[in-house]
Design a protein around this ligand. Structure first.
Ligand code: CO
Length: 135
C-alpha cells in the first residue's frame, strides 16, 4: 500500500526564520512556498533525495498547526507516506478498524490528495497518506 516516505511535516512559527537552516545550512533543494487555505498554513517544500521536508507555518490563530505550536512548540508535526491510491488506502485503513481524521481525501500542497490517520490509530504519530498528482 505504501511506496515510500514522501515527506516529514515540521511545524514552524516562521518560514522566513526556518528556511535558511534547511536551504542554506543543510543545503536542501528549495521547491517553493504554497499556501494551503483549507488547512490555514503556508507550506515550504525542501527536497532531500526521494523525500521532502514540509515546513508548515500557520496563517491563522485557529489553524491546526497554530494549536500544535501552542501545545508543543516547533518540531516534527507529521509523517507522510506516499500511496498510489489514497481512496483505496483510506478504505483499507477503515476496514482494518483504524480511526481516520479524513475519511475522504482533502487537498494537500503541490496538487497532492491526502488523508490523515488519527494518532490514536498510528502510535501517537500524526500520519498522512499522500497521493501525488499525476504528471
Ligand atoms: Co504533509
Amino acid at each position: 500500500m505504501l511506496t515510500k516516505i514522501n515527506h516529514i511535516g515540521v511545524a514552524v512559527s516562521s518560514l522566513d526564520e526556518s528556511l535558511p537552516f534547511y536551504r542554506d545550512r543543510l543545503g536542501m533543494a528549495f521547491m517553493g512556498v504554497e499556501e494551503v487555505a483549507e488547512q490555514k498554513v503556508r507550506v515550504a517544500m525542501l527536497e532531500i533525495g526521494e523525500s521532502k521536508i514540509e515546513l508548515l507555518e500557520p496563517t491563522a490563530g485557529d489553524s491546526p498547526v497554530a494549536r500544535f505550536l501552542e501545545k508543543n512548540g516547533p518540531g516534527i508535526h507529521h509523517l507522510a507516506y506516499e500511496v498510489v491510491d489514497v481512496e483505496a488506502a483510506i478504505a483499507k485503513m477503515l476496514a482494518d478498524g483504524a480511526r481516520m481524521i479524513d475519511e475522504t481525501p482533502r487537498n494537500g500542497a503541490h496538487g497532492t490528495r491526502i488523508a490523515f490517520i488519527h494518532p490514536k490509530s498510528s502510535g501517537n504519530i500524526l500520519t498522512e497518506l499522500c497521493q501525488v498528482a499525476h504528471r
